[in-house]
Design a protein. Structure first.
Length: 153
């Protein structure tokens, strides 16, 4: 009898346990994804010496948390800034897409970078990164653009 009671309780417990949802993401959570398919075009200037290039195999990951996009750029390009957080500047309730932007303006750092996620009939994202940093004693300017489509949809 004990065995039967244990078996019934086990079945009830496991059938009521929460399963991982495979339902599609909704609203702002749709920005979180792994994006690839575009190429990274970049430019870096260190004390007036400019280097440029492209990376055809780059990608980026976006995590949405606390009204910020946490972005990690996966590239072999020799750019220093590959991970950062952009705060959300567009309405969280938008149905067409979202804009995240980071503006820095001090004596040693100037930057204006943005992540745009467009969601219409399909989803795509573009990062425009633009930062000048004088904190090391050198003037280092980095500019790059990277586009991608989600790979987990």
């Amino acid at each position: 009898m004990r065995y039967l009671s244990f078996l019934i309780l086990s079945i009830v417990f496991f059938s009521c346990s929460k399963k991982e949802s495979t339902a599609p993401k909704e609203g702002i959570n749709r920005v979180a994804d792994h994006y690839s398919g575009g190429k990274l075009s970049w430019e870096q200037t260190v004390d007036g010496v400019k280097t440029t290039g492209t990376d055809d195999n780059s990608s980026f990951d976006v995590v949405y948390k606390d009204k910020k996009a946490i972005i990690t750029v996966n590239t072999t390009a020799s750019v220093a800034n590959k991970s950062y957080q952009f705060p959300l500047v567009s309405p969280e309730t938008s149905s067409n897409g979202y804009i995240f932007q980071l503006v820095e303006n001090t004596d040693i750092v100037q930057g204006n970078s943005v992540l745009r996620v467009t969601i219409t009939t399909s989803k795509s994202a573009q990062i425009d990164f633009n930062k000048t940093d004088k904190s090391s004693g050198k003037t280092i300017k980095e500019v790059y653009t990277l586009t991608g489509i989600p790979q987990n949809d």
